[in-house]
Design a protein around this ligand. Structure first.
Ligand code: NAP
Length: 344
C-alpha cells in the first residue's frame, strides 16, 4: 500500500487525510501536527461533513516533525513515503515548507502534492526536488477546524489535480492519475487535468480579489457589496453598484494577467459569473479565509494569492494598479500581525 505523509493537518489536510486513510488504511498515513498534536494523538481526528457523513473518526500515525515521521517509517518494511501532501497554509517561513519536508523526500520515489491556494507556489519545490513528481491541486472544499482535530465541511468537495509543470514526464502524469484514483477510492471527488494552472487562474479571480478586500475591510463579500452600493462613484445605477463594480475591475486585472499567460478563457464572462454569485448571496455572505486570519491576527497567504499575481503581471508588462495597491495594503496588514507577535 502507498505510504502518505500529510504535512499540516488542519482544516483541509484533515479531510484529505481521512479520504486517503480510507484508500490506503490509516496505518499508512502519517499526519504532521503542531497545535493539534495533543488532541490528535489522544483522540484522532473527527470530520463532520454534510457530503461525506457525520462523525467520521480516524486515527492515522501522528508525528510532530518530518524527522519523527521518517523515524517511525524506518521501523516498517517500506522505508519511504510515496506521497507527501502539503496542506499547511502557503505563508513564507524560515526554513520554508519546501525545505522542511526535505527529510521525507526520497529522490525519484516520493511524489509531492500541493493542496494550497495561490499561483507560482510550485517553483521552490520543483527547484529543490527536480526528480520528484510534483502534483499541483485546486480545492473547492469549504472546511474549518472548529476545535483541535475536529473539522466541519459543507456544500462542495472537488479537487482538481495535475502535474507541475503541465508537460511533466509521462511517469509523473501516471502518478497524478494514481493519486486521483486513490482519492476516488477514499470517497473523494478528484479530477485530473493536463494543465492545472488554468484551474488555478480561474480560482484566483475570486481568491486574489475577495480575500484581501474582505480582510482589509473586515467585511464578508455580500456585506462589502451592500455597504458600497452607491457611493457616488458612477456605478450606483448599475445593477451591481459601486463596490461590485470595483471588484469587477480588480477581477478584470487578474483576468488580464491570466490571459497574458495563455488562459484566454479567464475573461469578462467568467468575471461576471463570479460577481453574480456574490451579489445573489444572502447577507452577510461568505467569509474568505484571509478575513478569518485577519480576525485572528494570523499571517495571511497574501504573497501566494495576491503578490505572485502582481509579480507575474510585471514579468509580462501587464498593468495591475488596483491589485498592486491591494497587495501592498494586505501585505502590510499581514506583516503587522507578525510584528505585533514579535513585540509580544
Ligand atoms: N480550509 C478551506 O476551506 C480551504 C479550501 C480550499 C483551499 N484551502 C487552502 O488549503 C491550504 C490549507 O488551508 P487550511 O484552511 O487547511 O489551513 P489551516 O486550517 O490553518 O491548516 C493548516 C495546518 O498546517 C499546520 N502547519 C502549518 N505550518 C506547520 C509546520 N511548520 N509544522 C507543522 N504543522 C504546520 C497548522 O498548524 P497550526 O494549527 O499549529 O498552525 C494547521 O494545522 C491553504 O493554502 C488554503 O488556502 C483551504
Amino acid at each position: 500500500m502507498p505510504k502518505v505523509l500529510v504535512f499540516g493537518t488542519g482544516s483541509l489536510g484533515t479531510c484529505y487525510a481521512w479520504a486517503l486513510s480510507k484508500a490506503v488504511g490509516q496505518d499508512n498515513v502519517t499526519a504532521i501536527c503542531r497545535s493539534n498534536y495533543e488532541a490528535a494523538s489522544r483522540n484522532g481526528f473527527t470530520v463532520h461533513s454534510t457530503l461525506w457523513g457525520d462523525n467520521l473518526t480516524f486515527q492515522p500515525r501522528i508525528a510532530r516533525s518530518v524527522a519523527e515521521a521518517v523515524r517511525q517509517l524506518s521501523l516498517d518494511t517500506q522505508q519511504f513515503f510515496d506521497f507527501v501532501v502539503v496542506a499547511a497554509k502557503a505563508v513564507p517561513t524560515d526554513p520554508s515548507i519546501a525545505e522542511i519536508i526535505g527529510p521525507a523526500i526520497v529522490k525519484g520515489k516520493t511524489a509531492i502534492v500541493l493542496l494550497q491556494n495561490g499561483i507560482g507556489i510550485e517553483d521552490e519545490y520543483a527547484r529543490l526536488y527536480p526528480e520528484s513528481p510534483l502534483l499541483s491541486t485546486v480545492a473547492y472544499f469549504p472546511a474549518t477546524q472548529v476545535s483541535p482535530g475536529v473539522v466541519h465541511h459543507k456544500e462542495v468537495e472537488l479537487l482538481h489535480v495535475g502535474t507541475y509543470p503541465a508537460d511533466a514526464p509521462q511517469a509523473h502524469k501516471n502518478i497524478a492519475r494514481e493519486f486521483v484514483e486513490l482519492l476516488g477510492k477514499g470517497g473523494a471527488t478528484a479530477k485530473l487535468h493536463d494543465d492545472i494552472q488554468r484551474k488555478r487562474w480561474a480560482k484566483l479571480l475570486v481568491n486574489s480579489s475577495w480575500n484581501p478586500i474582505c480582510a482589509l475591510t473586515r467585511l464578508r463579500d455580500r456585506e462589502f457589496i451592500e455597504v458600497s452600493l452607491d457611493l457616488g462613484l458612477g456605478a450606483g445605477n448599475d445593477k451591481w453598484g459601486d463596490g461590485a463594480r470595483f471588484i469587477k475591475d480588480v477581477m478584470m486585472e487578474i483576468a488580464s494577467v491570466a490571459q497574458a499567460y495563455g488562459y484566454s478563457d479567464v475573461n469578462e464572462e467568467t468575471v461576471d459569473f463570479q460577481i453574480g454569485r456574490a451579489v445573489v448571496r444572502d447577507l452577510p455572505g461568505v467569509q474568505p479565509s484571509m478575513l478569518g486570519d485577519a480576525f485572528e491576527k494570523r499571517s495571511m497567504e497574501v504573497d501566494a494569492i495576491v503578490g505572485n499575481v502582481v509579480r507575474l503581471a510585471r514579468k509580462k508588462g501587464v498593468n495591475v494598479p488596483m491589485l498592486r495597491t491591494i497587495y501592498l495594503l494586505a501585505n502590510g496588514l499581514s506583516e503587522s500581525f507578525s510584528r505585533k507577535k514579535l513585540q509580544g
